[in-house]
Design a protein around this ligand. Structure first.
Ligand code: GTP
Ligand code: MG
Length: 240
């Protein structure tokens, strides 16, 4: 039997706050895992599926539903962050066709952001806007895995063909492709794998903070050094 995956048992899942911008987000004390993707791709539904709590994040068949940075704390130790989607222009707001300023600010600046789940609809051939967004993540060095959603609605062969096609478009941007997962919020497919990713990340963070505490160089009491360390995103030697 392998190591116990502590995240699979989510004993508490609490709504923290809805933040309109980065400055309104809570302190950076807990590691965060964020969901991003086109409006309606299933971000809020996947968050609920992973948390094991229907209705924790609000979902809707209407695209552009999540409009704020919604933050939830799991097991009092890490957070899931539901972000507004991109690709949906409501009324005359042309800017919302691209993901909004608050989201890009959060993704670029949030120092406790460990990993982004970049969601793609498994039923669609590669969409320009998703490719552009993945390129933006790469350019801004945001750590992410790809998650192809709604697999219950699509034949397995079509899911595989769409993933292969998406991968072919982006492969030149990486030395090593990011990990790719599939999921369905309806059937729960992909839940153990995605919680496993969070578990791996949490384990790496714990190991890193133990190492930092044990290192004489880091406990030198230098205020500047401590500040730099806090500002640095967790250095995960990522298996994905
Ligand atoms: P925005 O907040 O508008 O950006 O959307 P979102 O990405 O948060 O999508 P949301 O989770 O609200 O889901 C959009 C619609 O897709 C809802 O009607 C969900 O019930 C449906 N949906 C989400 N995930 C799945 C899935 O895995 N399978 C199926 N069949 N439907 C899904
Ligand atoms: Mg949503």
């Amino acid at each position: 039997m392998g190591r116990e995956v502590f995240t699979v048992n989510i004993s508490s899942a609490i709504f923290d706050c809805s933040a309109p911008d980065l400055d309104s987000c809570p302190d950076e004390s807990l590691p965060e895992f964020a969901f991003i993707g086109r409006s309606n791709v299933g971000k809020s539904s996947l968050l609920n599926m992973l948390a094991g709590r229907d209705g924790l994040a609000r979902t809707s068949p209407t695209p552009g539903f999540t409009k704020l940075i919604n933050i939830f704390t799991m097991n009092k130790t890490w957070r899931l962050v539901d972000l507004p989607g991109y690709g949906f222009a409501a009324g005359a707001k042309k800017d919302s066709a691209r993901f909004n300023h608050a989201v890009s600010h959060y993704l670029k600046e949030r120092t406790n952001l460990c990993l982004v789940f970049a969601l793609i609809d498994s039923g669609l051939e590669p969409q320009e806007i998703d490719l552009e967004f993945v390129e933006w993540l790469v350019r801004n060095a945001v750590p992410f895995v790809l998650v192809f959603t709604k697999t219950d609605k699509v034949a397995t062969a079509a899911v595989q063909a769409n993933i292969a096609s998406f991968t072919a478009h982006i492969t030149g941007w990486f030395e090593q492709l990011p990990a790719i997962f599939t999921c369905s919020a309806t059937t729960g497919q992909g839940r153990p794998e995605l919680l496993g990713v969070i578990d791996e990340a949490m384990t790496a963070i714990e190991a890193e903070s133990k190492q930092a505490a044990a290192s004489p160089e880091d406990s030198s009491g230098s205020g500047r050094k401590a500040r730099e360390n806090r500002k640095k995103r967790p250095d995960l030697s990522r298996p994905w």
